[in-house]
Design a protein around this ligand. Sequence first.
Ligand SMILES: Cc1ncc(COP(=O)(O)O)c(C=O)c1O
Length: 369
Amino acid sequence: MKFSKTLYPRYSEKLREKIIALDTSPAVIYDKQFITETVKNLQTDLRINEKNQLFFAMKANHNTEILKIFKALGLGIDIASVQEYNLAKKIGFKRISAMNPTFTQSDFSKFDDDTLVDIDSLSQLKRFVSFQKNKTFGLRIKTVGEYCSFGISLSDHLFKYINENRLQRYFKRIHFHNSNRSLVELRKQLEIAINLIDRYPAIDTINLGGDILGFYRSGRHEFLKELFRIKADPVLSKINFIYEPGDALIKYGGMLLTSVIAIKKNADVNYAFLDSSKWISGPWHMGSPIVLNNKTLDDSFQKKYYFFGNTMFSGDTYFDDPITLPELYENDRLLFPEYGAYTLSNYRGFHMLPKPTEYMYIDGTLLKI
Ligand SMILES: Cc1ncc(COP(=O)(O)O)c(C=O)c1O
């Protein structure tokens, strides 16, 4: 994904110097100003339609200090477990959207009446309505190929169940989410929504899920035109819209500082072993690292490196292919940008290795968080 200059600001001044001076490795460093400006830029775009609401998908990052930033900026929150729900309540989020195909009756009973629960199957709906008689629900609708396990297809028996049990007035929301989205797909989903609203007029909200960067892929201008079209549409103009991105709000706002522990050469292949692990807590995609303090004076002297993490799992590699960088030495420090989302929230405790320490850059200071 190209780094959108309209959505993303510049990193804070002096951040690089502070990171170079930091004596902790590995560490994850967040830039508060960058995160704040990112949210504000997105809010500015979404303000085209006063019925748009921005939520943050907690699955991307559940660091309390990060969540407090989003709360202070007025965002709602998307949760997928009771644990995430409890944290959201503790921080004080008022608008909460909840979706997970495996929510049980006991999970549902822990959510307060204002929580927007979206259902993923007929069995889940039966579980939900069996004890929450007068509560509203949403349905996650499946619009992509059969390979996707999430969502209800339009031919599902669930709709018959809604009609036969007179649940129409409780069916208030439609939820779409899939990755690698486009505006073409958004338009298709809106067509489906218009049809459903015609059949179920109680629907007042469409949750468009995450991957908002997909909507920006054909350019910001095109997405903004789409927002104006929605606002002018006779049906959609009456509907509330929730956007609940994770990646877009925090991916670029966090970066991993890690060190080269060992360099090895086998035949013509160079290996660099780092003090962090992509397998333990790495995002699904990582861009090339920035070398912060390499000693190669001549930048034209480059080598190809395979990067490995600090576990005994042979698949703990950072990239499938070697990365070309200036020659590396032991103790060189690397900075991986794009490390704020789906990293430490995915953390697994292999070898009992600790999580990297987290820092936030606020007003010229790196604070441990
Ligand atoms: C229901 C739902 N909403 C929002 C998101 C956040 O998606 P992204 O981080 O791509 O914006 C996800 C991610 O899996 C999701 O499943």
